[in-house]
Design a protein around this ligand. Structure first.
Ligand code: ADP
Ligand code: MG
Length: 140
């Protein structure tokens, strides 16, 4: 157990439905601190670069189109075992399989419009935070 940082995106399906505050409440309820946050419009190049790991997957083009379909809120979360803690409160990728009470079970519309992104490991968390935030923007 250790204090970690993870990277989160509140996706366009959630910003469109005015759910930023409800998602943030779920994050804070499990003890994670939102230590940096900004609402931005992703460019196509940013979305492609961010999801480059999925470039060969059949859903890649749809995923990129969805991620640029409206504003997103990018965040740095900090707390005890933050990476796993956030993955747990996010719920499964497919909201139909997400545990009750998770963000995706309560808010996600479909497997693609699934409300949130969260890093899956320490190396990807560090890379993803750096992709969107400078050190000066993370005030703790
Ligand atoms: P997670 O976001 O839970 O880490 P993945 O990293 O596997 O899931 O996938 C990244 C994103 O790609 C998902 O959050 C979802 O928006 C989209 N995605 C994944 N699998 C599918 C699929 N089978 N069909 C459509 N979109 C998908
Ligand atoms: Mg993932």
């Amino acid at each position: 157990m250790a204090i970690q940082r993870t990277f989160s995106i509140i996706k366009p399906d959630a910003t469109k439905r005015n759910l930023t505050g409800k998602v943030n409440a779920k994050i804070e309820e499990v003890g994670l601190r939102i230590i940096a946050q900004k609402r931005i419009q992703l460019s196509e190049d940013q979305a492609k670069g961010f999801y480059a790991v999925h470039a060969e997957r059949p859903f890649y083009n749809d995923l990129v189109a969805f991620m640029i379909s409206g504003p997103v809120v990018v965040q740095v979360l900090e707390g005890e075992d933050a990476i796993l803690a956030y993955r747990t409160v996010m719920g499964a990728t497919n909201p139909a399989e997400a545990d009750a009470g998770t963000i995706r079970a309560e808010f996600a519309e479909s497997i693609d419009a699934n409300t949130v992104h969260g890093s899956d490991a320490t190396d990807t968390a560090a890379e993803e935070i750096k992709f969107f935030f400078t050190d000066a923007e993370i005030v703790g």
